[in-house]
Design a protein around this ligand. Structure first.
Ligand SMILES: *[C@@H]1O[C@H](CO)[C@@H](O)[C@H](O)[C@H]1NC(C)=O
Ligand SMILES: *[C@@H]1O[C@H](CO)[C@@H](O)[C@H](O)[C@H]1NC(C)=O
Ligand SMILES: *[C@@H]1O[C@H](CO)[C@@H](O)[C@H](O)[C@H]1NC(C)=O
Ligand SMILES: *[C@@H]1O[C@H](CO)[C@@H](O)[C@H](O)[C@H]1NC(C)=O
Ligand SMILES: *[C@@H]1O[C@H](CO)[C@@H](O)[C@H](O)[C@H]1NC(C)=O
Length: 584
């Protein structure tokens, strides 16, 4: 009996190791010239570059080897032996030859990325046997011949990118109900756009000899007018709730000076400013500049300039102040400061010392009994919240493309890493959210509004400003941590990917289930199996096929919003991971 069980177990072990050993052999055959330096004596599931195994560690499920520098033919009958493979990316290499016909053995393949290689010749009609395929990107190769109509058999297909090849003939009338994105641009196709593909933007077919479509009363994104109106109404509701929540007022012209002067009549600040190297501290209040006397304005200039209200929040009002012919700055008038002058100044000194291209510059601050001001540089492009959610559904909305989103995330992550370095590596931002991330002229994100929560009155958890961004363990907004900063940053990444606002997610048209914040919603969707449903349609309708990069970003975002704070990555790791998404 014992012997029987023993041999049974042995048998299982053998079967188990058989498959993973087979997978290992297939991979080693694929990389026979050892370009990847895979460690032959370790398990494939153990830090082999680009290789991911399933949860049981008994099969290889994903291979991502972009930009490695492979050339020649894709070694036949190597990768196609990995029968459990779901994701294969060999993009940006220099592979030549035809589409590997043996790939049709990969029955479980969902994502195939072969773009930016030198593959050529016609596509095999047997391609349709890849029944699980959801994303196919063969763009930027030299494929020719006609697009096989058998692609209609790929019923799960959601994304088809064949741009920048030499395909000829007419576009087949695909019957692909799940198709959400297609790009056939820059080929040698002729004829007309078939009925089944009329719902896609014209740009998906540009650079061919395709007869122009008759101009119809098309709404943006090719929606029916009723659907468009519904979404528009939804966007308005979202807009209104967002407005009342964020209280972004519509650029009401106001004179900051009048208000300030009135309030300060007991201890007028005018004329009492000094530069930072002046030791003469006066009781009424003084403006402190960073960077010595090299500033282009003084408090009087500031107070006499016209100001627009940019926004109001629980922490005070933000003005855009255009100083006559000189420069534009942002002035934040802080209310609810609960610390004394000394502590306020100490905190401002630390913030003012942080100099980095991805951190907004604190130019000056002002402290008096009645008023506390912080003066920052102004970003003409505005903040990420406006860029992501402003004018949604409106005809004049400028969509934020994936490249821009990636750059914003990269910059913001670098900025936050710099912030965490300050004060001997102990500094905390405390209030990361999309409206505190500004966008510079090169479209990189810059972190703003740092270090204020610790000097302000704590906000109740229900305040709409913080809902959705705050880590679950934070019950007092004055007691945030670097861990909770990373959590909030993760929420911003999810916001970038989904286009949904964590501030007002309970919207019936565009948002997830009521009473669920963005992080919880995405966790609940992703837990089953990765699904592209979460991504912002605005990126998906853009040509390019960036889903793979977006999936990588999704994984980073999810790691940041781990419930247990010790499981969240350090911000320096986050920077590295984001920088690695795109290998150029
Ligand atoms: C390869 O893996 C083995 C077993 O895990 C380990 O002992 C060895 O140090 C590794 N070699 C290299 C070069 O990393
Ligand atoms: C392919 O996927 C199905 C469903 O996910 C699974 O049951 C099957 O075992 C997989 N096939 C292989 C060869 O891994
Ligand atoms: C496709 O390209 C190959 C060379 O790459 C050429 O030999 C073949 O004739 C081309 N086929 C068509 C249909 O253009
Ligand atoms: C475009 O296609 C039409 C036939 O559909 C053909 O008559 C015309 O010559 C083609 N134009 C070019 C520039 O290839
Ligand atoms: C095709 O090539 C053009 C020009 O090089 C490029 O702008 C475009 O992004 C490419 N399309 C895709 C889908 O890669």
């Amino acid at each position: 009996m014992q012997i029987f069980f023993f041999s049974l177990i042995l048998c299982f072990v053998l079967i188990f190791s058989e498959t993973i050993q087979e997978d290992k052999k297939a991979l080693l055959d694929f990389d026979s010239s050892s370009l990847l330096h895979w460690n032959k004596s370790s398990s494939v599931c153990d830090h082999w570059t680009g290789v991911t195994c399933n949860g049981n560690k008994d099969r290889v499920v994903s291979i991502r080897l972009p930009g490695i520098g492979f050339n020649g033919l894709i070694p036949p009958f190597t990768i196609s032996r990995l029968s459990s493979l779901k994701i294969l990316s060999l993009r940006k290499n220099r592979f030549i030859g035809e589409f590997p016909s043996d790939f049709i053995n990969l029955k479980n393949l969902t994502h195939l990325y072969l773009q930016h290689n030198r593959l050529s010749g016609p596509l095999p009609t047997s391609l349709s046997e890849l029944k699980s395929l959801k994303v196919l990107d063969l763009s930027n190769n030299g494929f020719n011949g006609s697009i096989p109509s058998s692609i209609s058999g790929l019923t799960s297909l959601k994304v088809l990118i064949l741009a920048n090849n030499s395909f000829t003939g007419e576009i087949p009338d695909f019957d692909l109900p799940n198709l959400r994105q297609i790009d056939l641009s820059n080929n040698k196709l002729i004829g007309t756009i078939p009925k089944s593909l009329e719902r896609f933007q014209e740009s998906a077919f540009s650079g061919n000899n395709i007869t122009e479509r008759k101009k119809q009363h098309k709404t943006p994104f090719g929606l029916s007018q009723v659907a468009f109106l519904l979404i528009l109404a939804g966007a308005c509701i979202l807009g209104v709730s967002g407005l009342s929540c964020m209280m972004i007022t519509c650029f009401r012209k106001a004179r900051i000076s009048a208000k300030l002067r009135k309030r300060d009549s007991s201890s007028p600040p005018s004329g009492n400013w000094t530069s930072r190297d002046d030791n003469n501290v006066e009781e009424g209040g003084k403006i402190i500049f960073f960077g010595g006397r090299n500033h282009s304005f003084d408090l009087d200039d500031l107070l006499s300039s016209s100001a627009e209200i940019l926004g109001k929040s629980a922490f005070g009002t933000t003005y855009k102040v255009a100083i006559e012919d000189m420069s534009t700055v942002v002035v934040k008038r802080l209310k609810e400061v609960v610390v004394g002058r000394r502590e306020f100044e100490q905190q401002m000194e630390i913030i003012g010392m942080i100099r980095h291209e991805n951190v907004t510059e604190l130019k000056a601050y002002y402290y008096s009994k009645d008023d506390k001001l912080a003066v920052y540089s102004y970003y003409t492009q505005g903040n990420l919240f406006e860029m992501l959610h402003g004018n949604r559904g409106m005809y004049d909305r400028v969509p934020l493309d994936w490249d821009a989103r990636l750059r914003i995330a990269t910059g913001a992550a670098r900025g936050l890493a710099k912030v965490h370095e300050a004060n001997n590596g102990k500094f905390i931002h405390g209030n990361i959210k999309s409206s505190n991330i500004f966008v510079d002229s090169e479209c990189y994100g810059c972190i703003g509004d740092l270090g204020l929560t610790t000097i302000m009155k704590s906000l109740p958890q229900t305040t709409c400003i913080t809902t959705g961004y705050h880590a679950p363990e934070i019950t007092d907004t004055r007691r945030t941590t670097q861990f909770s900063d990373v959590y909030s940053f993760g929420v911003v990444l999810l916001e970038l990917l989904t286009g949904k606002s964590p501030v007002s997610p309970a919207d019936s048209v565009t948002s997830p289930e009521k009473n669920m914040d963005l992080a919880s919603w995405i966790r609940s969707v992703v837990v089953h199996e990765w699904t592209g449903e979460v991504f912002d349609m605005e990126i998906l309708t853009q040509s390019g096929g960036f889903e793979e990069e977006m999936v990588e970003m999704l994984q980073i975002g999810l790691a940041c919003v781990a419930i247990k704070q010790q499981e969240r990555p350090h911000i320096t790791q986050v920077v590295k991971l984001i920088e690695d998404i795109r290998i150029n």
